[in-house]
Design a binder for this molecule. Structure first.
Ligand SMILES: [Zn+2]
Length: 167
């Protein structure tokens, strides 16, 4: 488990949500066993999960970039860079996404290149309204299961980045 840092793209998406009037939660850790989110600010996770006091070994928790709650609905937003294209990471992401969905948590993936670009060797936001458009769409779909399943989970975007087939 690497250091807990906020990337530029994560902060762009955080601000985009704030701009549409939604405050996402950061520094969240999700326990697959207890099915609960916890706020987590240290670099190293405790050996045991707070809630269940069971051992936390690899694969029993994940740290989503942004977490949203809307009524009884939960969602995580992953803001992914190209490190997630590595075979090892693809597999881990796939398992995490699948488990989150099984637990009724919607998973949304924003790719860095969808919101930022290098311009004059400087990382910058493509256009302010684009991250805000993603944030609005995500917020809209959060409590609309049908829309999420039929539009988002069947999209090419999801097929490419969300549920990559593992051979
Ligand atoms: Zn737990």
């Amino acid at each position: 488990m690497g250091e807990l840092t906020i990337t530029f793209c994560e902060s762009v998406m955080y601000r985009a949500f704030k701009d549409i009037g939604v405050t996402p939660l950061q520094f969240q850790i999700y326990c697959f066993t207890c099915r609960q989110f916890f706020t987590f600010k240290d670099y190293i996770p405790p050996e045991q999960c707070w809630a269940g006091a069971h051992k936390w070994t690899k694969g029993e928790f994940c740290r989503p970039d942004l977490v949203l709650h809307k009524g009884k609905f939960d969602a995580v937003v992953r803001v992914d860079g190209s490190i997630h294209d590595k075979k090892k990471n693809i597999k881990v992401d796939h398992i995490q996404n699948k488990t989150l969905l099984e637990h009724g948590i919607k998973v949304f993936i924003i790719r860095n290149e969808q919101i930022v670009e290098y311009s004059n060797r400087k990382l910058r936001v493509i256009d302010n309204w684009i991250p805000m458009a993603y944030a609005s769409m995500i917020w809209l779909m959060m409590d609309k299961d049908k829309l999420y399943k039929e539009l988002y989970l069947k999209s090419g975007h999801w097929k490419e980045f969300g549920l990559v087939k593992i051979d």
